[in-house]
Structure formats: structure tokens, C-alpha cells
Write a protein that binds this ligand. Structure first.
Ligand SMILES: *[C@@H]1O[C@H](CO)[C@@H](O)[C@H](O)[C@H]1NC(C)=O
Ligand SMILES: *[C@@H]1O[C@H](CO)[C@@H](O)[C@H](O)[C@H]1NC(C)=O
Ligand SMILES: *[C@@H]1O[C@H](CO)[C@@H](O)[C@H](O)[C@H]1NC(C)=O
Length: 205
């Protein structure tokens, strides 16, 4: 291969290693990790959701479905982008942990790690920007000592009219014992159109 071509391709090669590139691969990763069954959702993504965690030093980390990150890389708050949406929004982003306190005995699950609406994008592939405060601000993963890694699942939904005035979840609603499937049907979110997830274990002892 000519050097010029390699130079041209280099940015795409590093992108390929860093983030989700195909809805089919994301769906496969969700299915392999039992996420649709455990969340009681139908997951047939039509777009890609990019979730990016800023780092105190070094480049930000963009998730690919199933990546394992050390807890200290997940302080966030993350930023979001969409690739291949069929509208510019508005969208709702939700993040849940179905594995609390442990994947074997998830008696507190789901923990709601983020819930926010009014995300819009200037183009069908681009950064998601929100004009209003999140319903549930982002909370860093905190799996307890001794736990296996938890799944932290980010989902993108089309936002139905009237979502701003829903009161099923407010900033004072407990983040524990959340059910994203029940919430989606209560407020009319429909099925998620995109998603990704990461695995995060407890801090090293
Ligand atoms: C996370 O902790 C590890 C050591 O446990 C350290 O090498 C790394 O730099 C830390 N990363 C951040 C983002 O603080
Ligand atoms: C927007 O979303 C971010 C998370 O991406 C959140 O931290 C913030 O509170 C939200 N609201 C505003 C007004 O930025
Ligand atoms: C969440 O709600 C759905 C109904 O939308 C239900 O099928 C499922 O069992 C619930 N999950 C839990 C853990 O209660």
C-alpha cells in the first residue's frame, strides 16, 4: 500500500479500534451480554450512540459496546454523539446499571446513572446537545468491593411530545429499583434507537 494512502487511512484505523462502527455489531454485543433480556427491551438499533468520557490526562475515551474501563476513567460526565440518526431529535438518553449490587444478586437494580431529554443534533451524525438540565444527573459507576464488573448501558430514544412534563421520574426520585422498560412504556419512549455499554469493576483494593 502506498504511504500516502496509509496516512489518509490512519485516522480511520484508530477510530475503528475505539468506537462502535456497525449497528449489527452493537446488537450482537448487547445480545451476547444478555442486555435485551435483562432490561426487558427490544434492541434493534438503527443508529450508533457514541458515549465519550473526558480524562484528566490524555485523550477522551469513546466507548465501544462491551469495553471494560477502570473506574477512575469514568468520572464523566460523558458527552454524547449520534451517527446515522433519522432525525435531529429531540432525543432522550438513559444510562442504567442492571447489576447492582452484584450481577449475581441484583437486588437494587436497575440503578439509574443518567436520564436526560431535549438532546438535539445539528446534523444526522453529530454531537448531541441538551438545552435543559438532566432529570437524573450522571453518576459515576461505584460497584462495591468484591463485585464482578457491572454493565453500564447507555440508550438513545426518540423523545415523545410532552416528555418535559413527565413526573414519573424527577430529580428527587430514588435512583435504585429503576426499570427502563417500564419507564419507556409509561412515558411513551418506544424502543431504543441506539445504545452502547461498558463494563466497570470496583477500584483495585
Ligand atoms: C487510574 O488508576 C491507575 C492506577 O490504578 C492509573 O495508572 C491511571 O492513571 C488512573 N487513571 C486516571 C484517569 O486517573
Ligand atoms: C446536559 O447533559 C449533561 C450530560 O451529558 C449533563 O451533565 C447536564 O446537566 C445536562 N444539562 C445541561 C443544561 O447541560
Ligand atoms: C421491568 O418492567 C417490565 C415491563 O415493562 C417487566 O417485564 C420487567 O419484568 C421489569 N423488570 C424488573 C426487574 O422488574
Amino acid at each position: 500500500m502506498r504511504v500516502e494512502l496509509l496516512v489518509l487511512l490512519a485516522p480511520f484505523i484508530s477510530v475503528a479500534l475505539a468506537q462502535d462502527l456497525s449497528t449489527r455489531a452493537v446488537k450482537r454485543a448487547f445480545d451476547t451480554a444478555d442486555i435485551p433480556a435483562d432490561l426487558a427491551i427490544t434492541f434493534n438499533p438503527s443508529a450508533l450512540l457514541e458515549v465519550t468520557f473526558p480524562q484528566t490526562s490524555g485523550p477522551a475515551i469513546t466507548l465501544h459496546a462491551g469495553i471494560q474501563l477502570p473506574r477512575n476513567a469514568t468520572a464523566g460526565p460523558p458527552t454524547f454523539s449520534v451517527l446515522g440518526a433519522s432525525s435531529r431529535g429531540p432525543f432522550v438518553v438513559a444510562a442504567v446499571d442492571p447489576d447492582a449490587p452484584t450481577p449475581q444478586t441484583p437486588t437494587n437494580a436497575q440503578i439509574r446513572h443518567f436520564l436526560g431529554g431535549d438532546f438535539t443534533t445539528a446534523s444526522l451524525s453529530g454531537a448531541l446537545r441538551n438545552s435543559t438540565a438532566a432529570v437524573s444527573a450522571f453518576r459515576q459507576p461505584t460497584p462495591p468491593a468484591g463485585s464482578d464488573p457491572h454493565r453500564y448501558i447507555f440508550l438513545l430514544f426518540n423523545q415523545p411530545p410532552g416528555f418535559e412534563s413527565q413526573t414519573v421520574v424527577t430529580p428527587t426520585t430514588s435512583i435504585a429499583l429503576f426499570n427502563i422498560s417500564a419507564f419507556a412504556s409509561q412515558v411513551g419512549l418506544g424502543n431504543p434507537i441506539a445504545g452502547t455499554f461498558m463494563l466497570v469493576g470496583p477500584d483495585p483494593a
